[in-house]
Design a protein around this ligand. Structure first.
Ligand code: LLP
Length: 426
């Protein structure tokens, strides 16, 4: 995220001083930049379609399921990667046509398959078990499906975020792919696609290139054994964004050229026609489009210097869960050059609730406003009410305008759906 500081040393997003937003709506608070989402989408779409025009972007909405964020992407022409019936439901609610949604579940139960089928959404199957069960739920005759395969390439910013290779629970084994497609056809289904996803938070183009080669090899192997016409081949998501100041962004022009290059030459070599090329970015589209604003309430000089803030891992889990780096800026002191190393600690009652250790930051005082950057993806969507803390509000900014797109929860929201048995009610 490009930090913009105004003449008073205050951080600005969408032309608006975030200190004013924090003042008005309170903290903690997610602030989302609409233009950044649109720019991110356009950048990927334009670079890929320069090289191959049968191209679609399926937004991996698990990254951020706010309806406004999803509407913005829908307006841009985006499609959807949904991994649960709830995400399918949310996508429909956000205005995506069923034909623009691909459902890729794992360990899906029958009632979920039924639900997704009723929404008229294409199902991307992840196991032979799902195929056999779907055959009993729907009439397979000419019913379109696709399969997720394991391309035996995996990468990601953390072990938990690697989804290809022998340790992965996802996808069909590559050597079983031809017989699975054959089985589907024998049951009457019409397989039209193949999908893989290797992991998340990848800044190195190499594993993507390997995976593209692998997916096309598997598709060709299937096509050589069964009668199939692939309408699409889906390379999944995983495109990383820089979180640390040292990391360099993906060279998206070069990336698009290389991936489409492999795609075009291999589809030609194998006689696979001209299927649609799908990719499923989540983080790349929304990750750098938001900041989390949190106010410093306590400075404690213990054995270490702790800067205590009013957000915690219930608000932003990534640092505690993956040891992820999120850059932190002092949003009201952008011009302060007096730096000291501090630990930035949240307000959850656990020692692991830290946003940063030994982080050099401009000298901080109680009352200062911190902006935790690059919190548009896997941030609010992974937030919880742990420690009985209501989830924060979300704000959208665009050209000097500030709109609230999710109200902060109240204490009463903590009891939503709870039922106190009558006998305990006095
Ligand atoms: N497609 C599928 C099938 C996926 O499972 C995922 C992410 C994506 C696409 C999008 O990946 P992306 O482009 O956003 O890297 N909570 C973790 C990330 C988990 C990603 C899970 N699957 C984090 O905070 O880093």
């Amino acid at each position: 995220m490009n930090l913009k500081i105004n003449e008073n040393g205050n951080m600005v997003i969408g032309n608006i001083d975030v200190n004013e937003i924090a003042e008005e709506y309170g903290t903690p608070l997610y602030v989302i930049d609409e233009e950044r989402i649109r720019d991110n989408y356009k950048r990927v779409f334009n670079t890929f379609t320069k090289h191959y025009n049968k191209f679609r972007i399926l937004y991996a909405c698990k990254a951020n399921t706010n309806l406004t964020v999803m509407r913005i992407l829908e307006e841009e022409g985006c499609s959807i990667d949904a991994v649960s019936p709830g995400e399918v439901y949310t996508s429909l609610k956000a205005g995506f046509a069923p034909k623009k949604i691909l459902f890729t579940g794992n360990n899906v139960k029958d009632e979920e398959l039924k639900f997704v089928d009723e929404q008229d959404v294409l199902i991307n199957l992840d196991s032979i078990s799902q195929l056999e069960r779907l055959a009993k739920i729907v009439n397979p005759e000419n019913y379109k499906i696709s399969f997720r395969v394991n391309p035996m390439v995996g990468a990601g910013h953390h072990e938990h975020c690697i989804t290809g290779g022998v340790m992965s629970k996802f996808g069909i084994k590559e050597e079983e792919a031809p017989e699975v497609y054959k089985k589907a056809i024998d049951l009457g289904f019409k397989p039209v696609g193949m999908h893989s996803h290797i992991g998340s938070g990848i800044l190195d183009p190499k594993p993507f290139k390997l995976a593209t080669n692998a997916l096309l090899d598997i598709a060709a192997n299937v096509a050589s054994e069964v009668d199939i016409n692939f309408e699409f081949l889906d390379l999944g998501g995983g495109l990383g964004i820089p979180y640390t100041p040292e990391e360099k962004p993906l060279d998206i022009d070069k990336f698009a050229e290389e991936i489409t290059g492999i795609f075009k030459s291999k589809t030609k070599e194998y006689g696979l026609g001209t299927p649609y090329l799908y990719i499923e970015p989540g983080r790349y589209l929304v990750g750098d489009a938001a900041v989390l604003l949190t106010r410093v309430n306590t400075i404690k000089n213990s054995y270490r210097k702790f800067v205590g803030v009013d957000a915690g891992f219930n608000t932003l889990l990534r640092p505690a869960m993956y040891d992820s780096y999120h850059h932190i800026a002092v949003a009201n002191k952008g011009n302060n050059r007096e730096v000291e190393k501090v630990d930035v600690a949240g307000n959850v009652c656990e020692s692991g609730d830290l946003f940063a250790r030994d982080r050099p930051l401009p000298k901080i005082e109680e009352g200062d406003l911190l902006a935790i950057l690059n919190t548009g993806a896997y941030s609010f969507s992974m937030a919880s009410q742990y420690n009985s803390r209501p989830r924060p509000a979300e704000i959208l900014v665009k050209n000097n305008e500030v709109e609230i797109i999710r109200e902060k929860e109240t204490y009463d929201d903590l009891f939503n759906k709870q039922i106190l048995p009558k006998r305990l009610q006095n």
